[in-house]
Design a protein around this ligand. Structure first.
Ligand SMILES: Cc1cc2nc3c(=O)[nH]c(=O)nc-3n(C[C@H](O)[C@H](O)[C@H](O)COP(=O)(O)OP(=O)(O)OC[C@H]3O[C@@H](n4cnc5c(N)ncnc54)[C@H](O)[C@@H]3O)c2cc1C
Length: 403
């Protein structure tokens, strides 16, 4: 039987970030991976259709683990301005990062760029083992750790981390209860080119059918879009030919960037809220999408997962510092308390936004539009919202703090 102090299942951005942070501390950590290749990959000339709006706190996490430069070397797209408006009335809010003394709010980064940067140089850590060819078959939870049975080996660990995404095998095998509800919306994503330059501004138009976001990419006329709408409307949009799609998309964003001159193939994702009722049990923890999935309207899922990983690093550090056994439940619970409370708040806020903006009752529509305009004129409220959107909450885990 193989043994490791910590085993992470899942090599998405969150699992890889955690693996870096723990291996840098010379902890005995194993990563069970599905996608890692030994070849170093550079950003492809084509944009990855999957991108994430990455906050400043997530940027600091990447800096702390030494991969930020590798991400920037490939491709990042800073955004400095955000414009949000209501399709049903005059309500609008404008955010400018300069108002809070920041050069930018965050960066739009292709998921493949983050993955490639995180995969590079993993082999430099002497205490990190990567298993790339294991199929997990069974999880046993004795009192002192976790045992993973695989197609060709058995692994014992004191801390098992499920970073294996929305349909987490670890979550299911360990028996974590899950709150789950469909948002009744599909997100359509694509990369597009526009007639007018985006000027590093993120746009979001809230329609009763769902929000449409334009995220600026590093070429002035390229954007990534996320168009959330009902399943019926999504089926119609997916069936459009490229010309029809570009025309409907330009109309939907009110021609703010002129005509849409080109679009990539589209992909669609059913949107489901998932939230594990607990993130920990003795010797087991969940991070990232394994613990929660959320509507992408505020672009927070990845950022929440990165903060999970950073918080878990803090509590594992404490287990060593306080000489507690690895997987010590009171400290794992501290991780759960910090992160589940923050994530629940974000999930409830997104739920509220989604309901608020899909409501077409005239009184509510008018109040909503007025509320947006009032917010737009209150500098203190806007500053608070901007700080939150940038991930600058009061208590951040060590990896996310300014150095
Ligand atoms: C349309 C859309 C737009 C979004 N936009 C944003 C945004 O702008 N900003 C933002 O912050 N978030 C955004 N998100 C959310 C973000 O994409 C996710 O929160 C994030 O990718 C989750 O990362 P993860 O590593 O937890 O999970 P995943 O990316 O799902 O990674 C899990 C990994 O585990 C691997 N795995 C699974 N099972 C096993 C196994 N048994 N053994 C080994 N490996 C395994 C999988 O292959 C995968 O690589 C968006 C989501 C959607 C759908």
């Amino acid at each position: 039987m193989k043994q490791h102090d910590i085993v992470i299942v899942g090599d998405g951005v969150i699992g890889l970030t955690l693996a870096h942070a723990l291996a840098q501390r010379e902890m005995d950590v194993a990563l069970i991976a599905k996608n890692i290749t030994s070849a170093v990959t550079n950003a492809s000339p084509q944009y990855d259709i999957r991108v994430s709006a990455i906050t400043l706190s997530s940027e600091r996490i990447f800096k702390s683990i030494g991969v930020w430069d590798k991400i920037v070397e490939r491709r990042v797209s800073p955004f400095r301005d955000m414009r949000v408006w209501d399709a049903t009335g005059p309500g609008q809010i404008h955010f400018d990062s300069a108002w809070v003394g920041q050069p930018h709010f965050g960066n739009i980064i292709e998921n493949s760029v983050m993955l490639a940067a995180l995969q590079e140089n993993l082999s430099r850590y002497p205490t990190l083992t990567c298993y790339t060819d294991l199929a997990l078959t069974e999880l046993i939870l004795p009192a002192d750790g976790a045992i993973l049975k695989t197609n060709n080996d058995t692994i014992f660990t004191k801390i098992l981390v499920g970073a294996d995404g929305a349909n987490s095998w670890v979550r299911e095998q360990a028996g974590f209860a899950l709150e789950q509800q469909s948002y009744d919306q599909i997100a359509i994503v694509a990369t597009i080119q526009t007639e007018l330059a985006h000027q590093e501004t993120a746009l979001q138009r809230f329609m009763p059918t769902g929000p449409l976001a334009f995220l600026p990419l590093n070429h002035a006329h390229d954007s990534s879009i996320v168009w959330s709408c009902s399943p019926d409307m999504a089926a119609q949009i997916m069936a459009y030919d490229d010309e029809q799609f570009c025309q409907h998309l330009a109309e939907a964003i009110e021609f703010k960037l002129g005509k849409i001159t080109h679009c990539s193939p589209r992909q669609s994702f059913p949107l489901v809220m998932r939230h594990a009722k607990h993130y920990v049990m003795p010797h087991v923890a969940l991070v990232g999408d394994a613990a929660h999935t959320i509507h992408p309207l505020a672009g927070q899922g990845m950022n929440m997962g990165l903060l999970d990983a950073a918080e878990l690093v803090d509590v594992i550090d404490k287990m060593y510092q306080l000489k507690r056994p690895l997987g010590y439940l009171p400290l794992l619970r501290q991780y759960e308390r910090e992160r589940r409370t923050a994530n629940l708040l974000m999930i409830r806020m997104m739920d509220g936004f989604k309901r608020l903006f899909s409501n077409t009752q005239p009184i509510l529509t008018s109040a909503r539009n007025q509320g947006m305009n009032i917010t737009n004129k209150l500098p203190w409220l806007k500053t608070m919202l901007m700080q939150h959107a940038m991930g600058n909450q009061l208590e951040l885990p060590s990896l996310a703090q300014e150095s």
